[in-house]
Design a protein around this ligand. Structure first.
Ligand code: SF4
Ligand code: SF4
Length: 168
């Protein structure tokens, strides 16, 4: 397994993200030309090395900016866990627009002291983020780079990718 020294200081990551803004525009264009399967394999190797070194339960930074979709089943499970009726749970936490149901607050209502208070019952969207383990990385460049300055996993994977691909 590859080993990278990871950066987890959120303030430092934000400063670096601002400093690397132009470089990252160029890197995004560079990645668009890379073979998708090769890129997915590179991201997966980096992700497998970096993610175990980062503790999401004490970071919670994505919970301050993500808009989370909530399914009926997820709402049922969490309402049950919180001993709330579905109507109380919905009133307190959900925004409904057509078929879209999302959490009604950013930062998320369940974030407490930078930690998820319902971690075992968090939503699929929370579990999936930042999706570095999923295929078609090059189709998610916009959202990935949108969160580059906020998510230590994304920051470190992208920086590792710059080295692995020979971009820097
Ligand atoms: S449910 Fe938990 S993990 Fe998901 S956004 Fe809210 S605080 Fe974060
Ligand atoms: S996914 Fe990223 S931003 Fe969210 S808690 Fe984990 S390291 Fe922090």
């Amino acid at each position: 397994m590859l080993h990278f020294d990871v950066e987890t200081n959120l303030e430092k990551i934000l400063i670096l993200a601002n400093a690397k803004e132009v470089e990252n525009y160029r890197f995004k264009d560079f990645l668009k030309l890379r073979n998708s399967d090769v890129l997915d394999a590179e991201v997966l190797i980096l992700n497998n090395s970096i993610t175990p070194q980062i503790d999401c339960t004490t970071c919670g930074n994505c919970c301050k900016s993500l808009m989370i979709n909530v399914s009926e089943q997820e709402a049922d499970t969490l309402a049950n866990h919180l001993n709330l009726t579905r109507s109380d749970f919905d009133e307190q936490n959900l925004e409904k627009g057509g078929t879209m149901v999302v959490m009604n607050a950013i930062p998320c209502n369940f974030l407490a002291n930078n930690s998820c208070s319902v971690y075992q019952h968090r939503f699929e969207g929370c579990r999936e983020f930042p999706a570095m383990h999923l295929p078609d990385f090059n189709k998610r460049l916009f959202t990935t780079f949108m969160h580059y300055g906020r998510c230590p996993i994304i920051f470190n994977v992208v920086e590792g990718l710059k080295a692995v691909t020979g971009f820097v």
